[in-house]
Design a protein around this ligand. Structure first.
Ligand SMILES: O=C(O)[C@H](CS(=O)(=O)O)OP(=O)(O)O
Ligand SMILES: [Mg+2]
Length: 237
């Protein structure tokens, strides 16, 4: 199938179906946040917007990448999130690459955010939706991040429905510069398990769908059973 693999700067039109990839770490973190009880993630375009949203909505929490900072409740680290209890909470997320990529395609009729931990459900949902050609947004390094490209290509292969060996794709991600930086502790807001947590396949049974709700871009988990007939539907444009 004629999929496109593009960086954020190459996004010149509104895709019909967009899958925004950020393995390290935004959309691994988002999946972990949902697994810890977060009900929805509101994507913010700036840190000040994230803080303003938190302040104006009782009970909302804010997460950003980089070092911990005043006003923020969490950082962009799966290792640091996995023991938190976020039951029923709304989380506002702002990161350098992942959330920027998702907001860049927010007007597309179908937008999924993905990483290896939700790769299988993401591919199954795209099959169920009969999605056709997908625009994969490779968020890292202007579209050249090897971990994101490997994950995008892995999901594209799994969309075909056949068995796909994960090892070569994971190897590319494990040997990426982002993985090396994470493993070496060069990223702020970091846990030593982060790189490995980002390199797990199908940890969670849901895909993550971004939709416009009121004036926000909101990410929610959508359960995708192995034999799903459930459709999420696309917005008409
Ligand atoms: O937190 C991350 O891993 C990165 C930020 S940086 O590359 O470490 O500065 O953000 P993300 O949007 O998750 O790629
Ligand atoms: Mg990244």
């Amino acid at each position: 199938m004629d999929h496109r693999f593009v960086g954020i700067p190459e996004l010149t039109d509104i895709p019909r179906v967009a899958v925004v990839i950020d393995v390290m770490r935004a959309f691994t973190v988002a999946a972990w946040a949902f697994s810890r009880g977060v009900e929805r993630i509101v994507l913010a375009s700036t840190e000040s917007e994230a803080l303003a949203l938190k302040e104006s909505h009782s009970g909302w929490l804010a997460l950003k990448d980089g070092a911990p900072a005043a006003g923020f409740d969490a950082v962009n680290s799966p290792g640091l999130l996995r023991s938190r209890d976020f039951a029923g909470r709304t989380l506002v997320q702002k990161t350098t690459a992942g959330t920027v990529g998702a907001l860049a395609v927010a007007d597309a009729p179908l937008v999924l955010c993905a990483s290896f931990v939700v790769a299988g459900p993401t591919a199954r949902l795209l099959r169920t939706e009969d999605a056709g050609p997908v625009t994969f947004v490779v968020t890292g390094e202007g579209g050249r991040a090897e971990e994101d490209l490997a994950c995008a290509e892995y999901i594209a292969q799994r969309m075909t429905g056949g068995d796909v060996e994960a090892a070569p794709y994971l190897h590319r991600a494990r040997t990426s510069s982002a993985a090396a930086d994470l493993a070496a502790g060069l990223r702020s807001g970091y846990h030593p398990d982060d790189a490995e947590l980002c390199l797990e396949i199908d940890t969670f049974p849901f895909a993550m769908v971004a939709r416009q709700e009121d004036s926000f871009t909101v990410l929610r988990p959508v359960a995708v059973p192995w034999t799903s007939g459930a459709r999420v539907g696309r917005r008409s444009r």
